[in-house]
Design a protein around this ligand. Structure first.
Ligand SMILES: NC(=O)c1ccc[n+]([C@@H]2O[C@H](COP(=O)([O-])OP(=O)(O)OC[C@H]3O[C@@H](n4cnc5c(N)ncnc54)[C@H](OP(=O)(O)O)[C@@H]3O)[C@@H](O)[C@H]2O)c1
Length: 241
């Protein structure tokens, strides 16, 4: 049976690598394209044998999310896997003793926290109609309150902590219906979050994506329905909330 996945923020970075990895696993993938052009995604599209569908998707915009949901519904009435990957970083230097950029922080929240929720909300029925019923929220160690040593990164850290809470709320609702959420920290990855390639990342996007797919497969194989939801990294280490 055909398995359908949707990945947000697939233009580049980890999202693009996740799309590639899912295609390699045989999925039909809806790739959320944020930018006007996404050359790497377009090139992948040509090699996908029709299994990749690029959809324009701004998760910060309710209209864009609804349009994406309509587009997906034109192909399938079920979605096996939703990966909420798209996020932005915002200001990472200002401390409580600086002028904080509140508008910038609202934007980070609108995308990282509410954008993921918007997408899960729009696709929850197709997800629950699928066999696997899985939502993967790409969070971050930066959202862990228990491990927090930073003095800045306000918007990003708070948005990811809120995403963690959101994940638990969704999990509470869908677990009795056979659904599940994974909340993952993808590691320090060589991507473009800081506006340019961060070559200091320990993992390439391809390696991080492969580890994430491994965790998804493990989750689908063993069920783990008796274990509480946790923020895990790609090595399986649990981070405190
Ligand atoms: N890289 C790391 O070390 C690291 C560590 C922990 C967690 N993460 C998480 O990993 C995920 C992927 O990030 P990444 O590292 O791959 O960063 P990235 O290279 O910046 O990729 C993020 C993607 O999201 C897109 N995007 C931005 N705003 C969007 C919107 N409103 N709607 C839809 N898509 C949007 C970006 O498009 P544009 O490029 O056109 O803006 C880009 O394609 C994020 O959730 C991030 O928080 C990353």
């Amino acid at each position: 049976m055909t398995s359908y996945a949707l990945v947000s923020g697939a233009d580049r970075g980890l999202g693009l690598a996740l799309v590639k990895a899912l295609l390699d696993k045989g999925y039909h993938v809806f790739a959320g394209q944020y930018g006007e052009t996404a050359e790497a995604l377009e090139a992948l599209d040509e090699l996908s044998g029709g299994r990749l569908r690029r959809i324009r998707l701004d998760i910060g915009d309710g209209g864009s999310v609804q349009e994406a949901a309509r587009e997906v519904a034109g192909t399938t009435d079920r979605l096996d896997l939703l990966i909420n990957n798209a996020a932005i970083l915002g200001n990472i230097t200002a401390t409580i003793q600086d002028d904080l950029d509140f508008e910038g922080m609202e934007e980070v929240y609108r995308i990282n926290t509410l954008g993921s929720l918007r997408l899960s909300n729009a696709f929850i029925e197709p997800i629950l109609r699928s066999e696997t019923k899985l939502i993967v929220n790409i969070s971050s160690e930066a959202g862990s309150i228990g491990n927090c040593k930073r003095t800045s990164w306000y918007g990003y850290c708070m948005s990811k902590a809120a995403l963690n809470m959101q994940s638990q709320l969704i999990d509470n609702q869908i677990l009795p219906q056979g659904g599940r959420v994974l909340v993952l920290h993808p590691g320090h990855v060589q991507t473009y979050m800081q506006g340019k390639l961060d070559a200091s990342g320990r993992l390439t996007p391809a390696v991080s994506a492969a580890l994430i797919i491994g965790m998804i497969e493990q989750r689908l194989a063993d069920g783990e329905t008796d274990k509480p939801l946790a923020l895990k990294d790609t090595e399986g280490k649990v981070w405190s909330w």
